[in-house]
Design a protein around this ligand. Structure first.
Ligand code: HEC
Ligand code: HEC
Ligand code: HEC
Ligand code: HEC
Length: 124
């Protein structure tokens, strides 16, 4: 009996631990990237869909975040006049850089300007 209780408790603890790891802050499902609007309206971005794309890791975008640390917005460093590339350069290198690789792998990620810069953000 005692053995059974110990086993049951082990299962409970393992489940709680797994849940707390899975419960890390994943940010909003849809993020509107609106740091700079000179020529175009904000870029609406399916954040959770990106987290679920095969082979895509948090660190592909959140490249300065280490395991267990809170995620910082890109704009905390980019576009602040530091040694980090400016905000537009960082976005284009990150977003278009991966999309070009994905297209080379036969996937359908947008590489044309209007794939990300759309007039009606709400329509997406
Ligand atoms: C394809 C790129 C990409 C991937 C993959 C990605 N994110 Fe993000 N995430 C972003 C962008 C872009 C923002 C908006 C940052 C900004 O406002 O400057 C963001 C914002 C966030 C924020 C809000 C930060 C803040 O303070 O505003 C959290 C939390 C977050 N992401 C967590 C995660 C976690 C956890 C994962 C992996 C499970 C993940 N993200 C995967 C691009 C990504
Ligand atoms: C804590 C500060 C910080 C945060 C937060 C941050 N970056 Fe950076 N980033 C840097 C610095 C510093 C560099 C230049 C040195 C380097 O390449 O690591 C850089 C470089 C880059 C580069 C250029 C890499 C290359 O090969 O030229 C890209 C792209 C980039 N960041 C995208 C992002 C995106 C997208 C986010 C948010 C999802 C983000 N960064 C968040 C500090 C940051
Ligand atoms: C690490 C790889 C990677 C990065 C970085 C990335 N994407 Fe994507 N993106 C994808 C993949 C994979 C798809 C889906 C392709 C498919 O349908 O098979 C996609 C699809 C999209 C789509 C079309 C589907 C939709 O969500 O409406 C948009 C728009 C998009 N990405 C915007 C962005 C923006 C904006 C950024 C930068 C903040 C970004 N992506 C960064 C891999 C990436
Ligand atoms: C994969 C997504 C993606 C593609 C494709 C893309 N961009 Fe962007 N671009 C962004 C993101 C994200 C930002 C940052 C938006 C913000 O913060 O308001 C941005 C910012 C900009 C800005 C600065 C904001 C403004 O309104 O002036 C310009 C200009 C721009 N892009 C032009 C282009 C052009 C031209 C093309 C095609 C050759 C292009 N982009 C393709 C994602 C993309």
């Amino acid at each position: 009996m005692r053995k059974l209780i110990t086993m049951a408790l082990t299962v409970v603890f393992a489940t709680v631990l797994a849940a707390s790891l899975a419960g890390a802050d994943k940010g909003a499902e849809i993020i509107v990237i609106n740091q700079i609007q000179k020529k175009f309206p904000p870029v609406s971005f399916k954040h959770h869909a990106h987290q679920n794309h095969e082979g895509v890791q948090c660190a592909d975008c959140h490249h300065t975040t280490k395991a267990g640390e809170a995620v910082q917005a890109c704009g905390a460093c980019h576009g602040q006049g530091t040694d980090a590339p400016d905000y537009k350069t960082a976005m284009h290198k990150n977003c278009q850089g991966c999309h070009k690789k994905m297209v080379a792998d036969g996937k359908n990620a947008p590489t044309k300007c209007t794939g990300c810069h759309q007039k009606d953000v709400a329509a997406r």
